[in-house]
Write a protein that binds this ligand. Structure first.
Ligand code: SF4
Ligand code: SF4
Length: 378
């Protein structure tokens, strides 16, 4: 499948600055989640930006107007310089959020991170039931380590959000996942349905929930949001495969967020490298400010000029920005068309077809692995 990328014209003025920067510090991670948002071609450690590179990028982000820095991966704690990176970010005046699996951080390092200025922790869990969680993560003993990590985080006085990626193989335990968030003292719970590109697309037949599961989960979340108001905030978005309207992915392409991958390439969204034909500038060659305004990849789908078909002239165009380009490409082979999550898309039926085909038995994941390593099944 190929796609022709529509290249936007160079702007006369700079766009409003991004609110957030997602820094993918490394693609290294001890876990092997079969829905990992990292690309299929994982960056090697030798290609990663240095501490000094990241410190410069953080300062450039702050100068550009970025407020929030999300330190992500892979597993960001796989970087030995994580504490130094947090200190640089805090000195630049950025609000720092660490997105972590929690399995590589002990009490001493958490204390160092808090002292370096870390503002917030986002911990991912794969399930509420330990054996299932470890099977999904492909990491025996991981769930117990996450629970211990959560307790250390609250002891260190850091606020944290629990992030639960949900799908067919854990959605029936959503009630227990909410209870876990309460027990651990999380202030916020993100119930995040899997997004289907990269590793998740490979595993889609094992992960897509049924309509009945989704309806039960949606009712449960609505009830829990009311029941726990003031104690636990629960974020929940209906998954695209059951939606009739697309979501403004990343707040719109090149509108709110920049992603810097481990090798320094700057992306409008973390899955953008799945789109063939786009050229991504790197922080080794250009400043973030230059890339935000002039990068071909950011211009390609910024605004509404690129739209065609159902999106062209649609009154929702400046609300959902045509949905997700990566999903449009993943489902149709053409990144320029309306996101099939939209009921007005001529490709909307592709979502139903995928749901009807998703009857694979529990297990049998294709786990996240580096290229050249044997694919594991679970
Ligand atoms: S999704 Fe899983 S494998 Fe991917 S970075 Fe996060 S913890 Fe690691
Ligand atoms: S046609 Fe395009 S702009 Fe209109 S609602 Fe659908 S995705 Fe959004």
């Amino acid at each position: 499948m190929t796609t022709q990328i529509m290249t936007g014209s160079l702007p006369d003025t700079s766009p409003p600055p991004p609110v957030g920067l997602l820094a993918e510090l490394t693609h290294r991670c001890p876990l092997r989640c079969p829905y990992c948002s990292n690309p299929l071609a994982l960056a090697e450690q030798a290609a990663e930006l240095t501490t000094a590179d990241w410190a410069r990028v953080f300062q450039e982000a702050a100068d550009l107007g970025v407020l929030q820095l999300h330190l992500s991966g892979g597993e960001p704690a796989a970087r030995h310089d994580l504490v130094a990176l947090v200190r640089h970010a805090a000195q630049a005046g950025l609000y720092t959020n660490l997105i972590t699996s929690g399995v590589m951080l002990d009490a001493a390092r958490i204390t160092e991170l808090a002292e370096a200025g870390l503002d917030h922790v986002q911990l991912s869990v794969q399930d509420s039931e330990p054996n299932s969680a470890d099977r999904i993560a492909g990491f025996p003993g991981g769930h117990a380590r996450k629970l211990a990590f959560a307790r250390l985080v609250t002891s260190a006085g850091l606020p944290f959000t629990l992030n639960a990626v949900v799908h067919r193989q854990n959605l029936d335990r959503l009630d227990e996942i909410v209870a876990l968030a309460l027990e651990l003292g999380a202030k916020r719970l993100e119930v995040a349905h899997v997004q289907y590109y990269g590793w998740a697309l490979l595993n889609r037949d094992h992960l897509l929930p049924t309509r009945a599961q989704l309806d039960t989960a949606s009712d449960l979340v609505a009830h829990a949001q009311t029941l726990h108001r003031g104690r636990l905030t629960i974020d929940y978005v209906v998954p695209d495969y059951y939606a009739t309207e697309p979501k403004p992915c990343m707040g719109g392409w090149g509108r709110q967020v920049m992603v810097v991958n481990p090798a320094g390439r700057v992306l409008p969204c973390h899955a953008a490298e799945s789109l063939p034909g786009l050229v991504f500038d790197t922080v080794r060659d250009h400043s973030l400010a230059h890339i935000w305004t002039y990068s071909e990849a950011f211009l390609a789908y910024r605004g509404v000029a690129w739209m065609r078909g159902a999106c062209q002239g649609c009154p929702k165009a400046e609300q959902d920005w045509g949905g997700c380009r990566c999903q449009a490409f993943a489902l149709t082979g053409d990144a320029n068309v309306t996101d099939p999550a939209c009921r007005l898309s001529p490709d909307h039926h592709l979502l139903d077809v995928a749901v009807q085909r998703a009857t694979a038995p529990i297990g049998n994941f294709t786990y996240r692995e580096r290229a050249g390593t044997k694919k594991a099944r679970g």
